[in-house]
Design a protein around this ligand. Sequence first.
Ligand SMILES: N[C@@H](CCC(=O)N[C@@H](CS)C(=O)NCC(=O)O)C(=O)O
Length: 223
Amino acid sequence: MAIELWWAARSPYCWRVQLALAYKGLAHEAHPVDIARQQQKSPALRRLTPRGRVPVLRDGDYVVFESVAVLYYLDRQYPQRPLFGASPQEGGVIVRVIEEFQSYIEPHLAAIFAGISAARDPVVHERILGHLLAAAGEARVIEGRLASSEWVVGAAPAAADFVIYPWITLLLDLLEGPAGGELRARFLPVEVQYPALARWLARLESLPGLAGTRRLHLADRES
Ligand SMILES: N[C@@H](CCC(=O)N[C@@H](CS)C(=O)NCC(=O)O)C(=O)O
């Protein structure tokens, strides 16, 4: 039975799973979910995941949700092109970097996305700027890793790359768009401010199948 994935456009959580599927060369049946229409709360999806969030992956009789759990499952079930490193030690670093990203950067990025539409309000603007500066500081740590390594951890693409890439790409897209305003200059141009990060983005996009996932999430910008 085919792997099935319920996913939503512009969801960094769904995108990381699609990157992993593409990287491992795993075909799947995609079920797009429209969050604006609350399709993730439909009874059919709630039967798969009580939280009513995406991504959700079904493989035969097995259902898994929470994106990092999905990555872990895919890696154990389909070990070709590993996502969690070539050794237990490398796996430990990959999971640590994911945890650090989710704990210390993701909340800032989520706050930027949630608030940006009201960024003309000076109070909101200050708050968003604070989140952007915090995220930019953490991005320096990733820039440092990528200055001495092609991938975030180890000698091959791995789960840490796939967790971080969608958020960075969606942030760049947001800042480049009309909502970016004067916040743009704090992060862009990425090639100048974060050159190793920019090279890594291009490197990931040149992997077979990965650019296709970009079109799924940024279709409105790239059509
Ligand atoms: N921790 C979850 C987060 C999943 C998540 O928040 N998904 C969002 C899409 S980006 C969602 O389904 N939101 C709809 C809702 O909360 O109703 C994961 O890693 O999968």
